[in-house]
Design a protein around this ligand. Structure first.
Ligand code: CO
Length: 261
């Protein structure tokens, strides 16, 4: 299917959705602490999203039962919030959140450390984030989609990480998942040509160990097969003639020079 090019009006709405989502990520990220249940995270986040006049993109999407995906340690993505699962000091937790604002989606994920975490975990989080920025250096009109994929993969390879291949990034707009699929692993071809006005959710999922993943009994939660830690970093971006506009960066990230340096 053809990849949609957003109109000026659509881009405005996606910018607004992105700003709200960034605020939700920042505020919710600050509230994480040992002893908090993953359901509490979902509830708090759901309330925040609705307080901004948005609807959570994931709620009831293909039957997903919650508003936010909360994935702890060896959980890669799509962890279902639970009243019985509590964050512990030393955990890493990935929050994947989507919001709909006036019919348009924004989608972003961050991995946070809970209290003091191991150096291995900290590096995994930072390098997963950096892999996103390595990739989007190529996200520019006239370049090709898989330039992004190959840059992400090459960067992660340097550390011996396993880049997940069973799940990919995606186009986004009036639907959460639009064409194209955006793999985070090596591609032989260069893929489609990028054009201004495309909006993409680029989302490397990176394992400290091997790339293999499996689905849990709940049919949602994806975990690393070898039990290694996994991190996730995702933003919704807008392709332009120059550097891409990242629609879901938090003020804290911008303040720290992340993605703007
Ligand atoms: Co996504």
């Amino acid at each position: 299917m053809a990849v949609s090019i957003k109109s000026a009006r659509e881009i405005e709405l996606m910018r607004a959705a992105g700003k709200i989502l960034a605020k939700v990520h920042q505020d919710l990220g600050k509230q994480l602490k040992p002893g908090m249940s993953t359901l509490e995270i979902d509830k708090t986040g759901d309330e925040m999203i609705r307080s901004f006049g948005c609807i959570p993109s994931f709620k009831d999407y293909n039957g997903y039962p919650a508003s936010i995906c909360v994935s702890v340690n060896d959980e890669v993505v799509h962890g279902i919030p639970s009243a019985h699962r509590f964050l512990q000091e030393g955990d890493i937790v990935s929050l994947d959140i989507g919001v709909i604002y006036k019919g348009y989606h924004a989608d972003a994920a961050r991995t946070h450390g809970i209290g003091e975490i191991s150096e291995e975990a900290q590096l995994l989080i930072e390098r997963t984030r950096q892999s996103f920025f390595e990739g989007i250096q190529y996200a520019e009109e006239g370049n090709h989609l898989y330039d992004i994929s190959n840059a992400i993969a090459s960067y992660c390879d340097r550390f011996g990480y396993g880049v997940v291949e069973d799940l990919v990034g995606h186009g986004i707009g009036s639907r959460l998942h639009e064409d194209p699929e955006i793999p985070n692993f090596h591609q032989d071809r260069r893929g489609l040509k990028l054009r201004s006005g495309m909006t993409l959710a680029v989302e490397p999922m990176v394992n400290a160990g091997r790339l293999d993943v499996e689905w849990c009994e709940d049919d949602w939660t994806v975990v690393t097969e070898d039990g290694s830690l996994s991190a996730h970093y995702e933003n919704t971006i807008l392709i332009t003639a120059g550097r891409p506009e990242i629609l879901t960066l938090t003020d804290m990230e911008i303040g720290a020079g992340i993605g703007t340096a």
